[in-house]
Design a protein around this ligand. Structure first.
Ligand SMILES: [Cu+2]
Length: 174
């Protein structure tokens, strides 16, 4: 139990932008259960990029057939209790950088605000609550955020990846 916490801490101190909260995390780890969600960022290699220009696989977009996605995000826990949550993120790609951003979703039938010229989600307009740094292939990192009950989208905002299907939904329960 403690060993896991120490490993997570050392990862955080190196990789996490929120390094100022390391001491706080250490306190929380011993005092209460810390929810840890494992996140895999994956793709199918070079062929993943085919059709990126015309892809429409973002949330609620016309072509959102996730079985066709050639890159994506997988979590080990799609339903998560509300509170402080640490997402441990591994970029399982062989060749591409990926990142993890998290935003609330009011309605899963509505598209996220999207900047088509840059092929990215408009993170400010989407109300993004957390963003990890871009991870090179095989690299790992973590993002810690306090989440209220609701539906959230996890997505990669490297240009073009979101519309290639690189997102998933989680439910935070009360
Ligand atoms: Cu990506």
């Amino acid at each position: 139990m403690m060993e896991t916490a120490i490993i997570e801490l050392s990862r955080r101190s190196v990789l996490c932008a929120l390094s100022g909260s390391v001491a706080l995390l250490a306190f929380n780890s011993s005092a209460a259960a810390q929810t840890i969600v494992k996140v895999s960022l994956w793709d199918k290699g070079e062929a993943s990029m085919d059709g990126m220009e015309t892809a429409e696989m973002g949330l609620a977009m016309a072509g959102a057939d996730m079985d066709m996605a050639t890159m994506g995000i997988t979590v080990d826990m799609p339903e998560i209790p509300a509170g402080e949550i640490t997402f441990t993120v591994i970029n399982d790609s062989q060749e591409f950088y990926h990142s993890l951003s998290i935003a609330p979703v009011a309605d899963v039938a509505t598209e996220l605000p999207y900047l088509s010229d840059k092929m990215i989600v408009d993170e400010a307009a989407a109300g993004t609550v957390a963003r990890g740094k871009e991870l090179r292939p095989h690299a790992s990192g973590s993002v810690t955020v306090e989440l209220q009950p609701g539906i959230y989208i996890l997505f990669c905002n490297v240009g073009g990846h979101y519309v290639m299907g690189m997102w998933t939904l989680i439910t935070v329960t009360g």
